[in-house]
Design a protein around this ligand. Structure first.
Ligand SMILES: Cc1cc2nc3c(=O)[nH]c(=O)nc-3n(C[C@H](O)[C@H](O)[C@H](O)COP(=O)(O)OP(=O)(O)OC[C@H]3O[C@@H](n4cnc5c(N)ncnc54)[C@H](O)[C@@H]3O)c2cc1C
Length: 318
């Protein structure tokens, strides 16, 4: 057997994502809308620290407080689906804001949007000692673990990151990891001015906070993205290569990420001179941004990642 075959066999045996039983160590109120929950637990020693926009699933307690065990394998989701409804815990998607495997800690920044959903409700009342299960990347998995969409082509001339408050943890983690040589613009729409969080970024990374202060989702972000594009995209790069099919964000998930981004420079005239864009947040808003970038500004679809993180008026269905 070759080494490659052994690795493949091991990859099949060791799940890429696994359940980690954790408890709340502490909470930190970062701002009116953001609560950082620091989880701890022995099982976090095996939680992979992949950075960027690494997504995780948080399995929340049932109203009575219980969490139905789902085992340690990668069939956790099938097991969850097979449960009777009364034993099926709510599951929601979040971002690993910081992972400290050495001290067995994980930070997750929760947007507090009231008591309308199980995750926000849980975060509103959380106390040290509370337990959840976090499904996250497994450090023991020999291959790629997935769960990340940030994939700029090597040498992209400019990086554009735009999102609402739910994308702040991902964008913050990404921009804090960018080297000084990179030119990047981050536009972050948040509920209020006090939600502008301090970020540790290098020169060349420009961060703008856009406090909504009661305006609708996207009212500030969409024009801000347009303004940035008008300075980045050449007037001759205005035609999208392929027509953009419509996405009904109430019926389908808005999630379009380039599979293998072209190296920047190869299509400079159609992608704004090596622009790579990453956009996430409320799905209706992201749909409008997508239309603007691809259809109106003519940005090459292989240079953009669009992600509907949540949908106004809809619960996340696991
Ligand atoms: C890859 C990914 C990463 C994410 N990372 C984060 C993260 O790090 N931090 C974070 O806070 N969120 C994050 N989200 C968004 C989060 O999953 C959703 O906001 C989720 O719906 C919250 O669940 P809930 O139980 O509170 O509300 P749900 O039960 O899903 O929804 C209940 C109601 O609340 C509304 N709602 C949901 N979210 C919001 C919101 N933010 N503001 C106002 N109304 C809302 C819904 O429209 C619905 O009407 C991420 C989503 C994805 C897909």
């Amino acid at each position: 057997m070759t080494v490659g075959a052994q690795t493949l066999e091991r990859a099949a045996e060791v799940p890429a994502y696994r359940c980690h039983r954790v408890e709340v160590l502490r909470t930190t109120r970062l701002s009116p809308s953001f609560l950082r929950v620091t989880f701890g637990g022995e099982e976090l020693s095996g939680f992979a620290d992949k950075g960027f926009d690494q997504r995780i699933k948080v399995i929340l307690p049932l109203p009575g407080g219980g969490i139905t065990p789902l085992g340690d394998g990668d069939d956790w989701y099938q097991r969850w689906r097979a449960l009777p409804e009364e034993l099926r815990n709510p599951i929601r998607t979040y971002t690993a804001r910081a992972v400290r495997p050495g001290s067995r800690e994980l930070d997750v920044d929760f947007v507090l949007h009231g008591e309308t959903g199980p995750a926000s409700r849980w975060a509103t009342h959380v106390s040290p000692g509370d337990r959840v299960v976090v499904v996250g990347p497994n450090a023991a998995h020999p291959g790629p673990v997935g769960g990340q969409e940030w994939a700029p082509p090597a040498g992209a001339a400019h990086l554009l990151l735009a999102g609402d408050e739910t994308a702040v943890p991902a964008i913050a983690t990404i921009v804090e990891s960018l080297p000084g040589s990179v030119r990047a613009t981050a536009l972050l729409e948040v509920p209020e001015a006090a939600d502008a969080l301090p970020l540790d970024v290098r020169p060349g990374v420009n961060v703008t906070w856009l406090p909504r202060e009661g305006a609708r989702h996207g009212d500030l972000l969409i024009p801000a993205v347009r303004d940035v594009l008008s300075t980045l995209v050449a007037p001759d790069g205005t035609v999208a290569e392929a027509p953009l099919e419509d996405v009904d964000v109430d019926e389908e998930i808005l999630w379009e990420v380039p599979e293998s981004p072209e190296p920047s420079g190869s299509s400079a005239s159609s992608n704004g001179g090596g622009l790579y864009a990453w956009l996430a947040g409320e799905a209706g808003m992201v749909k409008l941004l997508r239309r603007h970038l691809v259809q109106e500004a003519g940005i090459d679809r292989s240079s953009v990642a669009f992600m509907g993180y949540w949908r106004l008026g809809r619960s996340e269905s696991a």
